[in-house]
Design a protein around this ligand. Structure first.
Ligand code: PLP
Length: 445
């Protein structure tokens, strides 16, 4: 399709990148405005398809690749093992070093994130591990500053000592104070899992100074937020979530500058946490509908938030902007508020437990960002490995809003709330655990 656009424009442009370059230099007749994200989502990473004579994304399952001769094979190996790309006259050598199906997805994601490059991994945690390894250890740094709250797995990885780093956890305003001479990385998640806390990316980048900042952009997606435009060195995704969007791929990806991409590809080649091409194919296909999915899910989430606010069973709702955005952060850094919601149940853990068992359309399951709605209890599951003082409270539930009809979703929550109220009336309710409010305070701090 891009080939046809280029042909019509009578240009040699064969990719979105070419098209944008030509347009920016005024070469494309009739195209004066920048390409919109919806267009990039459909066309990104497909520059070589017309040349291959195909329209759908090809899947290359080769684990090894023919070598033109020993010298060029060796040079290719050397180039990629140190984080580079395959030389034009060389070979991809071995799939742990390079795969074209994965590379196309990376190119598309990089474009959506306004980054020079992207590097894909076997999971979001493999991506975070590579980011930490690339910025500590061999670089001489062994300290990380992490803004809480974070996804439980990330919080645990940083605190576990498994990767040989020490971590200082802090509030978004304490990043500068937490830096040490051996700090190699600042980690922040915004909106954060599970309570949708918002951190000011540009301010954190300013506080971090020369230390690179990685923003976990999983909840926002590039549709709603581009951390690199705000000065972050890296935008990381659990691609398992919105990017894939259908609950059938585990993957991670980091959008960044080419120099950082080289360091990450080197870690990936050595440690082997690479994305399988079948997963890359599904993710790339998933990107085409990402903007439409996110906007629709967000619209439903806003309706559900309005409904939840008025419900007597709900003690508190967490959703970006509900506090009125007093520091103007949302206004500056996001183009929307997303489709993740958290809430505190007035009936405490007992009510939360009944609601998760009683929903019929919301599947009681971890993960998020897919076409179907999910509900889960962070303290027991996604945030279980977080130390008690920073763990979400026992009365908190997290909702991921899918593409079902919003009235059906509201009806499902209403009947689940009624089930919880019925339990309480029958005397099955337990009070909120005494430590719950203390935990809640800790996770917000
Ligand atoms: N970051 C966030 C915000 C997440 O929610 C998750 C998983 O839930 C991860 C990272 C880890 O990603 P994965 O499960 O793909 O390893």
């Amino acid at each position: 399709m891009l080939h046809r656009i280029a042909f019509r424009c009578d240009l040699a442009a064969t990719s979105v990148e070419d098209l944008r370059r030509n347009r920016d230099s005024g070469n494309v007749e009739g195209m004066t405005a920048p390409l919109h994200p919806d267009t990039v989502a459909v066309h990104g990473g497909r520059s070589d398809l017309a040349g291959l004579g195909v329209h759908a994304l090809p899947i290359d399952l080769s684990t090894t690749n023919p070598l033109p001769d020993i010298e060029r094979g060796g040079d290719s190996y050397e180039a990629m093992a140190t984080g580079g790309r395959p030389p034009a006259d060389g070979s991809m050598v071995y799939a742990r070093l390079w795969n074209p199906t994965v590379a196309r997805f990376e190119e598309a994601l990089a474009e959506l994130e306004h980054a020079q490059a992207a590097v894909a991994f076997a999971s979001g945690m493999a991506a975070m591990t590579a980011v930490i390894l690339a910025h500590t250890g061999a670089t001489g740094a062994r300290h990380v500053v992490a803004v809480r709250p974070l996804y439980g797995g990330t919080d645990h990885l940083l605190g576990s000592g498994l990767l040989g780093v020490e971590t200082t956890y802090c509030h978004p305003d304490e990043v500068a104070l937490s830096l040490r001479p051996d700090t190699g990385l600042v980690v922040v998640e915004t909106p954060a899992n599970p309570t949708l806390d918002i951190a000011d990316i540009a301010d954190i980048v300013r506080q971090a100074g020369a230390v690179p900042v990685v923003v976990d952009n999983t909840f926002a997606t590039p549709v709603l937020q581009n951390p690199i435009d705000l000065g972050a060195a890296m935008s990381l995704h659990s691609a398992t979530k919105y990017l894939g969007g259908h609950g059938d791929v585990i993957a991670g990806v980091v959008a960044c500058g080419e120099h950082t991409a080289e360091a990450l590809r080197r870690v990936r080649a050595v440690t082997g946490g690479l994305l399988h091409p079948l997963g890359a194919y599904l993710l790339h296909r998933g990107l085409t509908t990402l903007p439409v999915r996110v906007r629709h899910q967000q619209e439903s989430a806003r309706r559900i938030v309005q409904w939840l606010i008025d419900r007597p069973e709900v003690a508190e709702v967490f959703y970006p902007g509900l506090d009125g955005d007093p520091r103007g952060i949302l206004e500056r850094q996001m183009r929307g508020t997303g489709a993740m919601i958290a809430m505190r149940m007035r009936g405490g853990f007992a009510a939360a437990s009944t609601v998760t068992s009683a929903t019929r359309l919301f599947t009681h399951a971890v993960s998020l960002g897919g076409v179907d709605s999910l509900i889960q209890h962070p303290a027991a599951l996604t945030h279980r490995p977080v130390p008690p003082e920073a763990r979400p409270a026992a009365d908190v539930l997290r909702l991921s809003i899918g593409l079902e009809d919003v009235d059906d979703l509201i009806a499902d929550l209403a009947q689940a709330f009624a089930a919880a109220a019925g339990d309480a009336d029958a005397g099955h309710s337990e009070p909120v655990t005494p430590s719950a409010s203390a935990l809640r305070g800790a996770v917000r701090s």
